[in-house]
Design a protein around this ligand. Sequence first.
Ligand code: MG
Length: 399
Amino acid sequence: MIVDFAAATDPGLVRNSNQDSAYADGKFFVVADGMGGHAGGDVASQLAVETLSEALLDGASPQEAIVAANHRVFEAASRDPALEGMGTTVTMAIVNDAKTAVEVLNIGDSRAYLLSRGELSKITSDHTFVQELVDAGSITEEQASTHRARHVLTRVLGIGNYVEADSFQVPVQDGDRLLLCSDGLVNEIQEAQIAELLAAGDPTAAATALVNAANAAGGSDNTTVVVIRFSAESGTRQLVDRTDVARTAFASAPAVSGNLPRFKGQIPAPLPTQLVERSLIAPPAIRLIGFVILLSVVLAAVVLAVSVYVNHSFYVGVSRHQVAIYQGRVGGILWFKPHVVDYTSVRLDQLTQGVRDQIIHGVVEPSIAKAKTFVHNAESQAKAAKVAASPASLLSAVA
Ligand code: MG
């Protein structure tokens, strides 16, 4: 079985920000719809999607990944007052290794649908107040869709210490399509239209058509969809087909001008095309250029500092048995090698053994004048020692 897919997300025509996040990599798929204030919803859905994808890629079970994501969002909210009360819905799908079945898990009112043999079925059950009324037989599905409390969630990831996801095993066969979506889609268009658009074209075309249809119907919320297609093995089909929405039809709408559709969360290679590349590739590229410039400046400063240091360093050493004064550090620093700035007339063998040993290792002096003084003193010391060792001086000492 071949699994190919596309993901699309759009802020819609009313909201200024997109608090939905998504992840898709061919095996794991997630849609999350955040809530909780201006910043909170955005952060909650992103944190959840990141944590879920990281945990699943690390080999965690779906339930373990849910626990980790819940913990992370809850912790982040309790640390930052600006994020207090944030949470997110989550609908995720994990394709089994044989690609014959999908495990679907959900919390909240983002949904999963399966289109099989032309028939659309809702896999998930919303965790909403109105769904409980429907389940209890108090209202119909139709009444629920317009009920004024239809947005009240009864289960959200990240608002408590513990959350449980519903889990569904969904066998898939050749030609099936799975849809994960945020409520921005289902609040705008009917399931019959969802089935029609989900079936048409490749996953990219279907994902684009679904988001565009939600916007055409009002676009009152952020809309995110992930379309996954299952096909029997065949020659050369592209294994990974993924893109964001090219929202040309709505590009002039004032509510979304300057707001590129985004695909948030962690997206592994291969990278998707066009708009996604602009939003994900360009900023790191700019950061890289900034980093290179900063690194160059730091390196230049280091080289300058070393150069100044070396030019103010001197030592007394030896060059071809002759005592010489060097500029630089003994042994050199980086590519700054020491060089002779003054050859003295003193040979190494004219000096006392102790001074010779010092000079062979290099006698560091703070200036060329101090270095010359050292040589002069060494020479005087050697002469004095020689006189002291001669028989004449011994005699005069006895006398
Ligand atoms: Mg929503």
